[in-house]
Write a protein that binds this ligand. Structure first.
Ligand code: SF4
Ligand code: SF4
Length: 468
């Protein structure tokens, strides 16, 4: 087709207003990277925003610490994670891959920034051109690029570990590597993997290894936003079976310049339609826009949905999206409700094997083993009481005890009574009791209640003991 008359002024006007996607994506990458690096250092009420500590057997989430016994929250977190992935993919296709995935970010840093911009090994616009690796100059540049990336990969590996070993421990541990070989081993292995993955495996990771790439297409529908070549305007380059019929369509606006193909990091041709390999990087849209603008025409490659291509509008709130939102809301509400019931200390009560002991003057003792754990971020002093029973008293421990943050202790507990709590001739009587344990210094917030039993002997046993 002939270019429109005022193509030059159209292009000038277009270039003034145009912000390529890659600039927006790079800005987003920068923000995500800063957040990932800084987040492990931020503490709320002494806890991290996210920390899964195998060392402390603890999950810290948004400043609240949950211990192993409280991992019932995990299924809700996993449901939310999966639902969010389904929601995001149905809505925006592989938007995660193009805008947030660490693999994409690392490849942009290594390929476009280090190899391309810093060392001038290749152009960002042509990712199909192979660097001549037989040249000494290129060998040296490649070595420098790998070295720079290795240093950055070490930072990335350390950053990843900070979500499992908090930075305050991490930096102390790495100064003493002999005693923390497992941690050092993890950091070294992740660093080596990142070097191999980003330098040599490259986008093959996205195409052949990443499981998300395999499953995402089943979540697509007609309203899913993705990278689409407008074949009606551009013209057909491939037939419906996927076989190439022309480099440039017989009819249509596509000029066959190959800018969209050359720039593609996964080496595909978007003009063939939706493909598993497409990581939604939008580089092809950026490549086509100025080509078309110089002809005074609209971009042939758009970030849109098939529905919008047909009708001009994407239906955002459709059944699947609403269903995902509903499940996400339910899981989030359940998480909030359960999280708000969080106890700031743990108490487990076990009775000893003997039911009771009868002392002089008819005093009856019951023996227990209490496990106290301080799950708060500060130290506390703990004690307990038998709720609503003046006739059952504590004989041991005699006074409150201190527990540092995160630590636990077993206490032998002796309860006794000098009153006649039951009068059954033959059978021992189990008397339900409620134990309330609390932090003496924060009784309002740190308090838990557990049910237990106090056994009172039969009259026959009491008499027998008295006659001995
Ligand atoms: S076709 Fe290639 S360049 Fe275009 S979005 Fe997909 S991966 Fe990126
Ligand atoms: S960049 Fe645009 S005009 Fe060039 S080949 Fe691709 S679709 Fe056609």
């Amino acid at each position: 087709m002939e270019p429109v008359q005022d193509a030059k002024s159209y292009k000038q006007e277009f270039m003034k207003k145009w912000t390529p996607y890659f600039k927006k994506r790079y800005g987003f990458f920068f923000i995500i990277s800063i957040i990932s690096l800084v987040m492990p250092f931020i503490k709320i009420n002494g806890n991290h925003i996210f920390l899964l500590s195998f060392d402390k057997k603890q999950l810290q989430l948004l400043g609240v610490a949950f211990d192993m016994q409280e991992f019932y929250l995990m299924p809700f977190l996993l449901i939310m994670l999966f639902m969010f992935i389904f929601f995001l993919t149905t809505l925006g296709g592989r938007v995660w891959c193009g805008w947030s995935c660490p693999q994409t970010i690392f490849r942009v840093i290594y390929r476009d920034f280090i190899e391309g911009w810093l060392l001038g090994m290749h152009s960002r616009r042509n990712k199909q051109k192979k660097v001549d690796s037989s040249k000494v100059e290129n060998k040296v540049k490649k070595s420098i690029a790998v070295l720079i990336w290795t240093l950055l990969a070490f930072v990335a590996a350390s950053n990843f570990m900070w979500y499992f070993v908090p930075p305050e421990d991490f930096f102390a541990y790495i100064t003493n590597p002999a005693e923390h070989k497992v941690l050092i081993g993890f950091v070294v292995m992740i660093t080596l993997f990142l070097v191999y993955d980003v330098v040599w495996l490259a986008e093959d990771f996205c195409i052949y290894i990443c499981p998300y790439a395999r499953i995402q297409s089943v979540m697509y529908d007609n309203n899913t936003i993705m990278e689409i070549y407008d074949y009606k305007r551009g013209g057909a380059i491939y037939d419906p079976s996927g076989a190439k019929i022309a480099d440039k369509p017989a009819e249509g606006d596509c000029v066959g310049c190959m800018a969209c193909v050359n720039v593609c990091p996964t080496h595909i041709d978007i003009r063939k339609g939706l493909q598993l390999e497409c990581i939604n990087c939008l580089e092809c849209a950026d490549a086509c826009a100025p080509v078309m603008a110089s002809l005074g025409k609209e971009n042939l490659i758009k970030w849109t949905s098939y529905e919008a291509m047909e009708t001009g509008k994407t239906k955002i709130f459709r059944f699947r999206i609403l269903a995902y939102i509903a499940i996400l809301t339910l899981a989030f509400t359940a998480l909030l409700l359960l999280g708000s019931k969080k106890e700031h200390m743990l108490l487990n009560i076990n009775r000893s094997s003997e039911l009771y002991a009868i002392k002089d003057a008819g005093v009856v003792e019951n023996h227990y083993k209490f496990l106290f754990q301080n799950t708060d971020s500060v130290d506390h002093t703990y004690y307990f009481e038998v709720v609503g029973r003046d006739d059952i008293k504590i004989s041991r421990p005699t006074e409150p005890f201190k527990l540092s943050s995160g630590s636990k202790v077993y206490k032998v507990v002796v309860l006794y009574t000098d009153k006649a709590l039951a009068n059954n001739d033959r059978k021992d009587t189990p008397i339900p009791i409620k134990i309330r344990a609390f932090a003496v210094d924060d009784k309002q917030k740190i308090v838990v209640e557990r049910d237990s039993v106090f056994f009172y002997p039969s009259a026959e046993v009491l008499k027998e003991k008295a006659n001995r």
